[in-house]
Design a protein around this ligand. Sequence first.
Ligand SMILES: [Zn+2]
Length: 160
Amino acid sequence: MDVLITKFRNEKNCVGLAAPQLGFHKRLIVLEVKDDPKLKKWRPDLMDTLPQSLWINPSYTGSGEEKTLDYEGCFSVDGLGGMVARFKKIVYQGYDAEGRLIKGTAQGFLARVIQHEVDHTNGTLFIDLVPESELLPIEFYRKKRTEALKQGRESVNETR
Ligand SMILES: [Zn+2]
């Protein structure tokens, strides 16, 4: 657990990390989504936040059918990004380090981060959810987002 938390803290702009990414075949994830104005600008659907948390055996289910499309990248997939459809709202559950049950709902960007990290514990990477032709250098998606922000578009997320 300590290795995971240390690595998480040492990474800049890191919102989530899963044990399998460090070669540990454990169902552990670390998450933190702050109410950071910079992050909020970059991810306009950031609504719910979460202090740094370690979850054991986490899982989620979609709350409703609605999905949103946004780009994702990953430490385990060097340099690539892609648009991933994720549930807009989820119900999640897991256990904390003391074995207490954690349960809640999340929406927007936090829901996306939870889905991405829980998928890691199930052996699924975001690239498994993106058509190969849409896997592009992550810089492409970042540039696109920067330009959209410059044009002052209120919402840069596409929804499907
Ligand atoms: Zn990842």
